[in-house]
Ligand binder design. Structure first.
Ligand code: MG
Length: 410
């Protein structure tokens, strides 16, 4: 009953748009949507949108369970038969079709994001133009990529208490930072919400001074090693209370960090803005927010220096550009979050190329040795910490489907 209501609402609101005729009869309409999950360091959900002439646009959804079902059960029925180049109208059509089921945030918005990216790729291929051109043209030939680094053999988080102790030693972080800088990255980032080996009540988000000193030693080791060779940022993953985050920020604000990321839980923008105004280090946040409306309070609060929308999560390419444009009115800077495959990474690069207030996008795949193999290319996509924005139609990349199949999540 409720599904019927939501679908009827979408049809009623967008009926006029549904009747938009295909222009000059040469445009293909959407015939199919499909997904495949690549087993990377995260489950990368690749979305394909196909048209009747066989053109395929590719996108990517942020790793999330159930995305496949949302796309095939809910988005496919409203998109089949549509003109894929009506990206903006179809974005709203998809949102209306998921009204009450995650169209504002969460899994619904994640599913929409991946399809939206594929629609831009498809539009570019149909028009024989790169996505950045469709967005207004590029302001830079290449976009800077920053390296997300982890000490030890694997990703470390406070949830992985069983990791080897040496993983958390400051010297291990310094070595990992040096390796990234030697690979050409000029910005490196570390998780700083890592276990120290002490037994703590983490749920309170309050940490004592020895714990603060452990984090300070990591920052000191990394910045001592890197010196002026690169900027250093740290990620706190929402694990600190305001008073502990302030003590930590003050302990490490003298090391010239590029930014401190997500010091506080993500729901309360005022708390993060207040902290940003109290400490002498730039604050970055935003990867857990959805849509331009989800960024409005962070932007209007003006305290946060860097905003980090995740393109395959926040609503897609156009929504990220709108967030960047809104942020630009307060002179805030875009540093997009990205833990995706080359598809998500290049989609983000196209946005970064077209807005003035872009600084760098995240690369989280250094530990995935076959990350570059997913693309058919003569040379690596990421070179010396930069991505030259592809000039080909759409996203300007070609997936190696054999490599995708080889690494498909079973
Ligand atoms: Mg982060």
């Amino acid at each position: 009953m409720y599904e019927d209501f939501a679908s009827d609402l979408a049809v009623t609101m967008w009926a006029d748009f549904d009747e938009t005729p295909a222009r000059d009869g040469s445009l293909a309409t959407i015939t199919d949507l499909s997904t495949v999950v690549v087993d990377g360091n995260f489950p990368w959900t690749i979305v394909s949108v196909e048209t009747e002439d066989g053109t395929v646009g590719i996108g990517e959804c942020y790793p999330s369970p159930g995305v496949h079902e949302v796309i095939t059960d809910y988005l496919q029925p409203v998109l089949v038969g549509e003109n894929p180049m009506d990206v903006e109208r179809l974005y709203y059509l998809m949102r209306e079709s998921l009204s009450g089921r995650g169209s504002q945030q969460g899994i619904g918005t994640i599913a929409i994001s991946g399809v939206e990216i594929a629609l831009w790729d498809l539009t570019g291929k149909l028009l024989d133009q790169p996505v950045y051109q469709l967005l207004g043209g590029k302001m830079r030939e290449s976009v800077t990529v920053y390296a997300d680094c982890h000490a030890g053999e694997a990703m470390v988080s406070s949830a992985q208490e069983g990791q080897e102790q040496e993983t958390y030693e400051p010297t291990a972080y310094a070595q990992a930072a040096r390796a990234a800088v030697d690979d050409g990255f000029e910005i490196v980032k570390f998780d700083l919400d890592v276990p120290s080996g002490r037994s703590l009540n983490r749920k309170s988000r309050h940490f004592d001074n020895p714990e603060i000193e452990h984090k300070q030693r990591i920052v000191e080791a990394v910045t001592d090693e890197i010196g002026a060779d690169a900027e250093v940022a740290v990620d706190l993953h929402w694990n600190f209370s305001p008073e502990t985050a302030e003590r930590l920020c003050r302990a490490i604000e003298g090391y010239g960090l590029a930014w401190i990321e997500d010091p506080l839980p993500p729901e309360n923008a005022d708390a993060t803005t207040d902290l940003a105004n109290r400490v002498d280090v730039p604050i970055l946040t935003g990867e857990n927010r959805y849509g331009r409306h989800g960024f409005r309070d962070l932007i209007e609060g003006q305290g946060v220096a860097f905003l980090a929308p995740d393109v395959p999560k926040v609503g897609g390419i156009a929504e990220t550009k709108k967030i960047a444009d809104a942020a630009e009115t307060y002179y805030q800077t875009l540093v997009p979050h990205n833990i995706g495959s080359p598809v998500a990474t290049v989609a983000t690069a196209h946005v970064g190329a077209t807005v003035p207030n872009f600084y760098a996008l995240e690369f989280h795949g250094r530990e995935v040795e076959w990350w570059e193999d997913l693309l058919v290319r003569d040379e690596p996509l990421i070179q010396e910490g930069e991505i030259e924005v592809p000039d080909g139609p759409g996203l300007g990349i070609e997936l190696d489907w054999d490599a995708v199949e080889e690494h498909e999540k079973s």
